[in-house]
Design a binder for this molecule. Structure first.
Ligand code: ACO
Length: 335
């Protein structure tokens, strides 16, 4: 029975957070030992200095499970109390079943439904929107949203234009009801005309796996970097302006802006055009690279730990990625 009643408006909030990143650090200099690239090129063009790399035997569910356990522990909630487990990822354990099914089983979320969201690097914001909708509609009380990525296994380590950008990690948030609407506004978008600019060509029904697809490295990420760059700088700004306007506030009212961590030049360009000061913008991609769906929760954790994000702050998050998709969310931080 769905407990949705006309006129009943219930908000949602992020009530707990947990992250997990692999121990192994891979520096730009180390990549320069086996590829024609340099720390100077990577740092100047992207802002990335190092990234974390999962073990050979680790998949997205392994990182996601640890982040989920830490999140539940910090929120003081037993896994059996979860109603729904959502994993957002572009590096799932398998095409089928959903990585969420595996994580839910491992943590003991025996009462919960489970599914994955695939929306490129925007997945975390999409996941947050879905969780908020389920809670606002009074369908569920406890929803876990996990961004989990092992992108080191999705890149071609001989393609210097992609492999230097990505890293591995996971972050999980618990979304629960909040009487006075702690999550204010969302903007989700998609422009499928850009689908070819960022994709893994093979392994799906369009190009099933075969000897040729492996030989051509078509199971790795292919990207037209400049297209994605232009798209990102434009849409992040438009989308952020929209959620700020929807909430009836101004850019000055944002205490912290946490954008998806793809490239420092994208972040700087977007924040400059939004009219934000450096103090309003958070970035840690120098140490983690682009961890796709995990990048925003990893930032939230560090921002909380370092005092950049405090209870009651107005927080703006923005993602963009394969699809091409984008999404922004404005919320009051309640941790
Ligand atoms: N080291 C040295 N040289 C390199 C490297 C490297 N790692 N990578 C590319 N180059 C070379 C190119 O071959 C090219 O050489 P050429 O001029 O002789 O042909 C030159 O550097 C310039 O290449 P560009 O692609 O024009 O470099 P650009 O300044 O655009 O930077 C980059 C490339 C960093 C990929 C940038 O386009 C970018 O960040 N794009 C956005 C990518 C992104 O964010 N993707 C993730 C989206 S989220 C998701 O859903 C996964």
């Amino acid at each position: 029975m769905i407990g949705l009643r006309r006129g009943l408006v219930r908000g949602a909030r992020i009530s707990a957070l947990g992250i997990h990143v692999p121990e192994r650090v891979l520096t730009n200099d180390e990549i320069g030992e086996f590829l024609d690239t340099s720390d100077e090129w990577i740092t100047t063009r992207t802002g990335i200095r190092e990234r974390r790399i999962a073990r050979v035997d680790e998949a997205a569910s392994d990182l996601g499970e640890v982040a989920a356990r830490r999140c539940l522990e910090s929120g003081g909630l037993a896994a059996e109390e979860l109603d729904l487990v959502i994993v957002t990822t572009i590096s799932p354990d398998h095409i089928m079943p959903a990585t969420a099914s595996i994580v839910a089983d491992r943590i003991g979320a025996v009462r919960a439904g489970a599914f994955d969201i695939q929306a490129g690097c925007t997945g975390f914001v999409y996941g947050l929107a879905v969780a908020t909708a389920f809670i606002s509609a009074n369908i569920y009380q406890n929803v876990l949203v996990i961004g989990a990525e092992v992108l080191s296994k999705m890149v071609d380590w001989e393609d210097r234009s992609t492999c230097v950008l990505f890293g591995d990690g996971a972050g999980a948030v618990l979304v629960q009801p909040c009487d006075n609407g702690c999550i204010f506004s969302f903007d989700l978008g998609n422009d499928g005309r850009g689908a070819q600019s960022l994709l893994v060509p093979a392994g799906g029904s369009r190009m099933p796996a075969g000897f040729d697809t492996v030989r051509r490295r078509d199971h790795a990420m292919h990207m037209t970097g400049s297209e994605v760059f232009k798209f990102a700088t434009r849409t992040v700004v438009d989308s952020c302006r929209k959620v700020i306007a929807d909430a009836g506030i101004g850019v000055d009212d944002i205490d912290l802006f946490v954008p998806h961590q793809a490239n420092i030049r994208i972040i700087e360009s977007a924040s400059r055009r939004l009219g934000m000061t450096d103090a309003q913008v958070f970035a840690n991609l120098d140490r983690y690279g682009n961890t796709s769906c995990a990048s925003i929760p990893i930032c939230l954790h560090e921002a909380g730990q370092t005092g950049r994000l405090k209870k009651g702050d107005t927080l703006l998050m923005a993602g963009f990625g394969a699809g091409l998709t984008w999404g922004s969310c404005l919320t009051r931080w309640e941790l």
